[in-house]
Design a protein around this ligand. Sequence first.
Ligand code: APR
Length: 194
Amino acid sequence: MIVSINKTKLVLIQDDITKQETTAIVNAANSSLLGGGGVDGAIHRAGGPKILKECKEIRKQQGSCPTGEAVITTGGNLKAKYVIHTVGPIWYGGNKNEDNLLHNCYLNSLKLAKERRIKSISFPSISTGAYHFPIERASKIALKTVIDFLQDNEPVPLEGKSLTGFEEVRFVLFSKEDYEIYLKNLQEIIDWTE
Ligand code: APR
C-alpha cells in the first residue's frame, strides 16, 4: 500500500527490514544498544560487527539509550547506509506512559533522520514483539506520529535549495497479520483526514 502525504511516499510492506534499500532503517533496540533478538538480532547479523562497534562507542560517550530516544550508526553490510536505533517501551498495561514513549521513538527517529538529510527511512513495528505492546494500539500511534510529522514537514533549506524532507517512509511488517492491521488503521486515518 502506498499513499502520498505532503509529497512524501508512505509505504506499507510485508518484508524483512534488513532487505530494505532505504537510506536508513530503524532498529527496535534495547537500552544497552548491545543487540538482542527479533529485529535487533536480524540487523546486527545482517549488518555485521561495524554496527555493534559504533553502538559501543555511543555507549562510551552517552551511556545507555533511554526509552523513546534514538541514536544513529553505520548500516555496515546492509543495503541501508544508516541504522537508527531506538528503544521502544515495554508494555506494562498502558499506565506507564507507554503510548507517549512509543510516539517519541518514531518522532525522534524522524528528527534524527531529517537532521542528517536522510530522505528515505524504514520502520519496523516497534515494541510489538518481545515488548508486548498491543499491535492495534501501537500501529495507530506509529501511523499517526509519522503522518503528523510529514504533514507538518517544512522544507529544510540546504545551501539555498529547499529540501523537502523525506521522499519515502516505509513501515516494514514481518507478518501478514501485522501488515493487515497497519493497512486497516492507515485506511481509517486517511478516510478520517479526508
Ligand atoms: N524485519 C521486520 N520486522 C521484524 C523482523 C525483521 N527482520 N524481525 C522481527 N520483526 C518484527 C516482529 O515480528 C515484531 O512485530 O518486529 C516487531 C518488533 O519485535 P522485536 O524485534 O521483538 O522488538 P520489540 O518488541 O521492540 O522488543 C525489543 O527485543 O530483540 C530484542 O534487543 C531487543 O530487547 C529488545 C527487544
